[in-house]
Design a protein around this ligand. Structure first.
Ligand code: MTE
Ligand code: MOS
Length: 757
């Protein structure tokens, strides 16, 4: 049996289960100083003065750090370089870091923080997309409050719309979503010899943090080392924000020349770390008499918050994918990421797509309803098949399992009996079923093409064990295990002998971020390239041991080498082969560098091959609604995915289960509220309501494999997809049960009762 395709146990499972895995807060260093952050109490205002005298007199306090003390540059190095490490002149959101209290203990730092007196002249904050785009609004960014905008235009949608037989036009809104990873943000910066700095921390993107540490300390990148520690979940939230946290720890470590530790409390984390963008999506779709889409016009607005962070990248993905996986020759999508005085928004599983998926998949259902069609038939009629062209006019030329995901989910959920069963749609408790489709461009795509490369190294040790260093991280999604499976088969080693170590920027060059479900594909391919270079050494050593005439006669598989022609004859172990390789002074270490297949797009009309390949999914949700109270239960979600190849089927199922529950929270309970002054009202898990075990529906994962020829063993990547279409499937199921259409998530009972639209 090969390692690839087997549900092998996770490499990190036992340490995590036993409680011995070391998260950042578990690390200690001699001479450690502790940091607590002083934050803005105002959503918007001018800083008049910061008085630290009282705070600096408090016990244990070593100092209070403000923006003018940053040793390097006071700017977080992310896409648009507009966010300061510490607020200067203005505060732009409630919770923004203004100063850092440094003390001998964490408690002393916390105690002193309220004594830092920040005097602010409050300004009227901008709190919504509408307010921000008002021509008379004060300008938070540029001349129009727009961080970034895109235009995707194929054919002539406005003209084609005039010829459509049916035209549907709706607006949909979506809320913030908080990542709620188990482990809050944290970092420790340790000053070293000759001005160097090593930073340990919980993160998704060690190379972004690498940039941030160099910038904050004002040192060259060759003096910086970033080591990712066991990370208790990221979900996109630890893409941008660890740059801020690690930057703060670095600033303090540099100024005080002592190791500095910064660990966030949950309330701080929720109030200041990036979230999923709230959105407004306007969709207009025209069809022919049979429901075939002939034109689509979409406007997509996201609330980016006070700083741009990842808004441009997140918005691009949402724009390109806006209509969903449906053929349409005439499409026009315009999108805008706007500035407000709220917490900056960044990446969250799905990356700007779940918002438009909610809008498009809701509208598809509304169309089916008005045309008296089964929503599945409408989708089958319009959805991508091999040969279809996307909104950017890219031909889907391989690995498109969308139709199969629909059919498998339809069959497993017994859709046809349930959707049209009138007996379940009357009375007090009503049952309904709803569907949604998702497609997802794997990797960074044309927008982030320059970052879509990565490195991996493999070193064979004398004892037959294998050391792999990769540039993407493990954050709970199972990367270390999946990559070990790929490396094991590519080398012919046994899975148990392969160790993929935690990511360390000293071991691998900048491999881009761990986002966009790219790890299996990118790091997997880089490992395969490294393994390919080591195979000749291994086979030469094995041939010597087996006294084979040539290395070509030898096979190496699952930790054993044997003569190909004599499969059941003599064999030698991988360990002996590695020993021999060292004795013969053959190359024991190799580096693989993988460049993603090409993608491209034209800035003006967004046309081009946006992504090298897409993954696909169908979600079918079943609900039961109490018509008296508006309360409802999600009974079951059937979730069918084409990810090319399931390297580890059990982990694929785990991703589907976790992502489904996050998607259910997005559709049903999760939202962040602000008061009229822009203060976040619910920065705790008692008031930010997440689904738990108790709320979890039955989840049926279905694996569909349409291999991608450039993927490692056919794999594409799909880590984010399980979340993306759950909310609209639930909303569509609620409509099927009750006849009530809800165009704004989360669906609270009062919306079902029509009390709060
Ligand atoms: N699963 C767990 N357990 N923890 C996480 O933080 N992040 C998600 C997804 N699944 C995440 C997760 C997100 S946002 C992404 S982009 C992918 O995993 C990244 O993993 P991959 O590149 O290995 O697919
Ligand atoms: Mo995932 S949102 O791309 O980190």
């Amino acid at each position: 049996m090969t390692a690839v395709g087997a549900s092998l146990p996770r490499k990190d499972a036992f340490d995590k289960l036993k409680g011995v895995a070391k998260y950042i807060d578990d690390y200690n260093f001699t001479d450690l100083v502790h940091i607590f952050t002083v934050r803005s109490e105002h959503a918007y205002g001018k800083i008049i003065s910061i008085d630290k005298t009282e705070a600096e007199k408090m016990p244990g306090v070593l100092g209070v750090v403000t923006c003018d003390m940053v040793p390097g540059k006071n700017i977080v190095p992310l896409v648009m370089f507009d966010e300061p490490f510490l607020a200067k002149d203005y505060v732009r959101f409630h919770g923004e870091p203004v100063a850092l209290v440094v003390a001998e203990t964490y408690e002393q730092a916390v105690m002193a923080a309220p004594f830092v007196k920040v005097q602010v002249e409050p300004l009227k904050p901008i709190l919504t997309i509408k307010e921000s785009l008002d021509p008379n609004a004060p300008k938070l960014h540029g001349t129009d409050n727009v961080f970034s905008k895109y235009n995707v235009e194929k054919g002539n949608a406005e003209e084609a719309m005039k010829k459509a037989v049916h035209v549907f036009e709706r607006e949909y809104t979506t809320p913030y979503q908080e990542h709620a990873y188990l482990e809050t943000n944290g970092a420790i910066a340790v000053p070293g010899i000759e001005d160097s700095m090593t930073v340990y921390g919980s993160m998704q993107c060690p190379f972004y943090v690498h940039d941030a540490v160099a910038a904050a300390a004002g040192i060259e990148k060759n003096k910086v080392r970033v080591v990712q520690t066991t990370t208790g979940g990221g979900f996109g939230g630890k893409e941008d924000f660890p740059s801020v946290v690690a930057g703060h720890a670095t600033i303090v470590a540099k100024l005080f020349n002592r190791p500095a530790k910064l660990i966030y409390k949950r309330e701080e984390d929720i109030i200041s770390s990036s979230k999923r963008h709230p959105s407004l999506v306007k969709v207009k779709v025209g069809t022919d008499e049979k429901g075939k889409i002939v034109a689509a016009v979409l406007e997509y607005y996201t609330d980016g918050g006070a700083y741009s962070t990842l808004t441009p990248i997140v918005l691009w993905r949402g724009t390109v994918h806006a209509l969903g996986p449906y053929e349409c020759d005439h499409i026009h999508v315009k999108s805008f990421g706007v500035a407000t005085n709220k917490v900056p928004c960044g990446a969250y599983r799905g990356f700007g797509s779940p918002q438009t998926v909610f809008a498009a998949e809701s509208l598809m259902d509304e169309i089916a309803d008005e045309l008296h069609m089964d929503p599945i038939e409408l989708r089958k009629l319009n959805c991508y098949k091999l040969g279809s062209r996307t909104a950017t006019n890219q031909v889907i030329d391989q690995s498109c399992g969308l139709l199969e995901t629909i059919e498998r989910a339809q069959e497993h959920s017994k859709w046809t009996n349930k959707w049209a069963n009138p007996a379940t749609k009357t009375g007090n408790l009503r049952r309904g079923i709803g569907i949604s489709l998702v497609y997802y461009g794997v990797g960074l795509g044309a927008g982030g093409k320059k970052l879509d490369r990565c490195g991996s190294s493999i070193t064979l040790l004398r004892d037959g064990s294998v050391h792999c260093a990769v540039g993407n991280v493990e954050m709970g999604q199972g990367a270390r295990t999946v990559l070990a499976q790929i490396a094991a088969d590519a080398l012919g080693a046994d899975f148990s002998s392969v160790n993929v170590v935690e990511t360390d920027t000293a071991l691998v060059p900048d491999s881009g971020p761990t986002v966009a479900s790219r790890t299996t594909f990118m790091s997997g391919n880089a490992l395969m390239l490294a393994a390919k270079q080591l195979r000749p050494s291994l086979l030469t050593a094995a041939a010597e041991l087996l006294e084979a005439a040539s290395p070509d006669d030898v096979e190496l598989f699952e930790g054993k080498a044997y003569i190909k022609a004599d499969k059941n004859g003599r064999s030698v172990s991988f360990k002996d082969v590695c020993g021999k390789l060292y004795d013969e002074r053959l190359m024991p270490s190799a580096f693989g560098w993988f460049k993603a297949p090409d993608s491209n797009y034209n800035q003006a009309d967004g046309q081009g091959n946006a992504y090298f390949v897409y993954s696909y999914c169908t979600n079918i949700a079943e609900v039961e609604v109490d018509m008296d109270t508006g309360e409802y239960k999600v009974l079951k979600i059937t979730s069918a995915h084409d990810m090319g190849k399931a390297i580890n089927p059990q982990q694929v199922e785990g991703q589907i289960e976790g992502g489904t529950l996050q998607g259910m929270g997005y559709g049903t309970t999760e939202e962040i509220r602000h008061d009229a002054k822009g203060k976040m009202l619910n920065n705790a898990f008692s008031t930010y309501i997440l689904p738990t075990f108790v709320d979890a529906p039955e989840i049926e994962p279905i694996i569909v494999e349409h291999a991608y020829d450039k993927g490692p063993y056919g794999a594409k990547g799909f880590g984010e997809v399980p979340l993306m279409g759950v909310a609209p499937a639930i909303v569509n199921a609620i409509h099927n049960a009750t006849g009530k259409r809800i165009r704004s998530i989360p669906v609270k009972p009062e919306k079902i009762l029509g009390l709060d639209e």
